[in-house]
Write a protein that binds this ligand. Structure first.
Ligand code: BTN
Length: 263
């Protein structure tokens, strides 16, 4: 079944996000399309939704599997009034909204894998791909892309991802309405986005921390040019990951890929 967008529009009370929908039964990548829209002057909150993607993109050049009729693939055009240094907070803000939405659908609490994955029972349920366009002193626009495995049955997942991917269907053992989930997600994102613009990341930080899966665990962090190991301590007020390295020094990690390792 295609998504019933009218049922979402009718219930939407969000102030800024989802002001206009651009829907495609199939598209290359909603992020790529949203970027094009933004470059042509799209307004804050315009939302690209696709039922399937032929070139779904993940972080670090990875591919995001995007079969039709089962999942959510969405990208928002945002025009936050933030200095470029605070742009990474958009991903953290989105992780809080996404994890809160998903928690309301799941029998067990999901966890955030810093900075952008949502994990349940050790498997990936959803991911965020944020792409930032900056001018000299301000953020011009941000494309906030989110993929959620909703009614994705295990037998439809390619063998190579079965060990690491899950879906709401798999966790709940029943289908959920993609429309309900999308409506709730737009609503939660709108709320969290308002909070971050008004008061910065500080009010969201304790909620992010509640869902952070690996506090106190030894992790491996892949940075652009090196790999570091240490104990994950949480995040600071800017959303950087705090890592206690093997010499006991506290390091701030702005961007990287984190995986837990055995002690
Ligand atoms: C990741 O975990 O690596 C991020 C995955 C992000 C996937 C979403 S699906 C909608 C949007 N369009 C894309 O091409 N990617 C994001």
């Amino acid at each position: 079944m295609p998504l019933d967008l009218n049922s979402i529009r009718q219930r939407l009370t969000a102030q800024r996000l989802g002001t206009e929908f651009h829907y495609f039964a199939e598209i290359g990548s909603t992020n790529t399309y949203a970027r094009r829209l933004a470059e042509q002057g799209a307004r804050e909150g315009e939302l690209v939704i696709a039922d399937s993607q032929t070139d779904g993109r993940g972080r670090l050049g990875r591919h995001w599997l995007s079969p039709p009729h089962v999942n959510l693939y969405i990208s928002f055009v945002l025009r936050p009034k933030l200095p470029p240094a605070r742009a990474p907070q958009i991903t953290l803000m989105a992780a809080v909204a996404l994890v809160e939405t998903l928690h309301s659908f799941l029998p067990v609490p999901p966890a955030i894998k810093w900075p952008n994955d949502i994990i349940v029972n050790g498997k990936k349920l959803a991911g965020i791909l944020t792409e930032v366009n900056c001018g000299a002193e301000s953020v011009e626009f941000v494309i906030l892309g989110i993929g959620v495995n909703v009614n994705y049955p295990v037998d439809l997942m390619p063998e190579e991802i079965r060990q690491r991917a899950t879906s709401v269907l798999v966790e709940c053992k029943t289908k959920v309405s993609r429309e309900d989930l999308l409506w709730r997600l737009i609503h939660d994102l709108d709320r969290c986005y308002g909070e971050i613009e008004e008061s910065g990341f500080a009010p969201l930080a304790p909620r992010w921390e509640t869902y952070f899966g690996w506090r106190g665990q030894r992790v491996r962090v892949e940075l652009l040019d090196q790999v570091v190991f240490g104990i994950a301590k949480g995040i600071d007020h800017d959303g950087a990951l705090l890592l206690e390295d093997d010499r006991g020094r506290l390091q701030r990690v702005i961007a990287g890929d984190v995986t837990p390792v055995s002690q």
